[in-house]
Design a protein around this ligand. Structure first.
Ligand code: GLV
Length: 437
């Protein structure tokens, strides 16, 4: 990497420090490609990225472009770098390229809006962002540390964030007054101070709709897994503890004809209700600040108050957003009102249930089982009592983790970012706080 770093320092220094770096580890500059007249390329590995970053830092902090080539090999959408061979590649095929070659004749980067992308997202969205902006993509698996995030967004006109990035007054101050848009790669946006963004005239986008079915499927998966003791059974098989077919072994709960209580009957809650109604002929109760007349007509759903939902439901599934009235909603008092045969499912946000109270309820028989895709904190503390309970299924916040959902999210997030940079209305703006659901 030292040799590579030295080469990069030479290149960056000779170009005044502000230029795109088209990069791949072996051979040097192997797979650059042209997108809309500008080449983009990237780092093949994290060590290559550090070489780029470190070379940049050593000549006084110029910004360069390091976009992961391995993303193009990603199987998530079949995007493959071999379909992007270009004249550049041919020029470099002979071996070590002339270092000035890929940089000659490129448009200056300074006219492109500067953006920070807080993680690699599917290429269907990322490619458009890197080809149309002066982008820095945070490549690491882990989120940027706060100080690094604040440093990277300084001077940016747009930032693509994930739920792990707290977007607040400090964030906006660090970015500067030129910030036009924050595009959140998520349907939820409890990580963003939307009121403060609006006060400052910054547009905020999110990615609704494309993950509705995947999230509803996850909720139903957790209902089934928890009710039918799937994880506990699989664990026993894997541990060699399956002894025989037992008439009284691994007995769980049915779904057919039971009552599902849905807290938050918006897009995702309604998709869960449809699955329950049409899949298992379940009765649907819901609790929401708003009436959902469409779901009432289509699914015979009945709106009830919270306590009635708790006491009458066999399955309770959470699909509300996290706000001050839903934080800690499922606590000791709420669990005590549920049936001892009830299954609790949360695919919305971890802080909506109180972890210690849930663990107690599962342990002392107040509740039959629980299925969680969200925890507080995330990741869950490895010493959490929930992880030692056979009747609790915990997944690592994967509800939207399907090819179609994540690609759809990437497309919307890219659209939101690019539209916001042009000062146009976003494809999916978050609703203003007062009309927020
Ligand atoms: C995931 O939790 C999301 O809000 O998209």
């Amino acid at each position: 990497m030292r040799e590579v770093e030295a080469v990069l320092i030479r290149v960056l220094s000779s170009q005044g420090g502000r230029l795109p770096v088209v990069w791949s580890s072996t051979p040097l500059f192997r797979t650059p490609r042209r997108t809309q007249g500008r080449p983009t390329g990237g780092t093949r590995s994290r060590s290559a990225t550090s070489a780029v970053g470190s070379a940049a830092d050593r000549i006084g902090g110029p910004r360069c472009h390091a976009v992961p080539v391995h993303l193009y090999h990603s199987s998530i959408d079949g995007y493959h770098s071999s379909s992007h061979t270009t004249a550049y590649e041919a020029a470099f095929a002979g071996g070590h390229p002339s270092l000035s070659f890929p940089l000659d004749g490129l448009p200056p980067m300074s006219h492109l809006p500067r953006v920070f992308v807080a993680r690699r997202i599917p290429s269907v969205g990322l490619d458009r962002v890197v080809s149309q902006t002066d982008a820095w993509v945070w490549e690491a698996q882990m989120p940027p540390p706060r100080h690094e995030l604040l440093r990277r967004i300084a001077g940016c006109e747009g930032v693509l964030t994930l739920l792990t990035e707290q977007v607040d007054g400090e964030f906006f101050d660090a970015a500067g007054p030129q910030l036009k848009v924050v595009s959140n790669f998520a349907v939820g946006y409890n990580n963003i101070d939307v009121a403060e963004a609006m006060r400052r005239g910054i547009q905020v986008g999110h990615t609704p709709g494309v993950l509705t079915d995947a999230t509803a499927d996850m909720a139903v998966t957790l209902m089934l897994c928890a009710a039918r003791r799937i994880v506990e059974s699989v664990d026993e098989v894997r541990a060699g503890k399956w002894k025989t077919w037992e008439p009284l072994g691994y007995i769980g709960q049915d779904l057919v004809g039971k009552t599902v209580g849905i807290v938050g009957l918006g897009r995702i809650g309604t998709a869960v209700a449809r699955r329950c109604r049409f899949g298992w002929n379940m009765n649907v109760l819901y609790h929401d600040v708003r009436r959902n007349e469409t779901a009432e007509a289509e699914l015979d759903a009945r709106r009830v108050d919270f306590d009635e939902l708790l006491s009458r439901s066999d399955f309770i599934t959470v699909h509300t957003d996290l706000n001050e009235s839903t934080r800690g909603l499922f606590d000791r008092r709420a669990f005590a009102r549920m049936k001892p045969t009830a299954v609790f499912v949360n695919t919305a946000r971890g802080p909506i249930h109180v972890e210690g109270d849930l663990a107690d309820a599962l342990q002392d028989g107040t509740l039959f089982a629980a299925g969680l895709d969200v925890t507080d904190p995330e990741p869950i503390d490895p010493s959490s009592p929930l992880l030692r309970l056979a009747n609790c299924v915990v997944c690592p916040h994967i509800a939207s983790a399907t090819v179609a959902s994540r690609n759809g999210m990437a497309e919307i997030a890219a659209d939101n970012l690019l539209l916001g940079l042009r000062g146009e209305p976003l494809r999916c703006p978050v609703p203003p706080p007062e009309t927020d659901s």
